[in-house]
Design a protein around this ligand. Structure first.
Ligand SMILES: [Zn+2]
Length: 119
């Protein structure tokens, strides 16, 4: 499956259709309004034409959130060397709507309990 930012400068590909998408309420995901699909970096390919993506790190800097410098879309995050395991996620909002239709969205309480809060 392929996801692109709005200007199509950044293209992300994953091999498998996600089993679920994750909606997190932490201070940053809440602001981005992103829906994440998680994987390991070897399962995700990121290609940029033109400028590279720009990374944003905060707090303990375990995660780098990337966005397209041109159109501003939040494209993915990748665990830094401070993250306990190789981890990466694509912003599933960048897939075509029809590609993610019907995939279950799980709510994650990243703000407080760091656990799923599915109804
Ligand atoms: Zn773009």
């Amino acid at each position: 499956m392929e996801a692109t930012c709005h200007c199509k400068a950044v293209r992300l590909t994953i091999k498998q259709k996600p089993e679920f998408l994750l909606s997190c309420n932490c201070s940053i995901c809440n602001r981005y309004g992103a829906l994440w699909t998680y994987s390991t970096p070897d399962q995700i390919k990121v290609e940029c034409s033109g400028n590279e993506t720009k990374a944003y790190k905060h707090g303990d800097e375990t995660i780098a959130f990337h966005h397209c410098e041109n159109c501003g879309c939040v494209t993915h995050w990748i665990g830094t060397d401070k993250y306990p395991e190789p981890r990466m996620a694509i912003n599933a909002r960048l897939f075509d709507r029809s590609d993610i239709e019907g995939i279950k969205i799980r709510k994650f309480d990243g703000a407080d309990t760091w656990s799923f809060i599915d109804e």
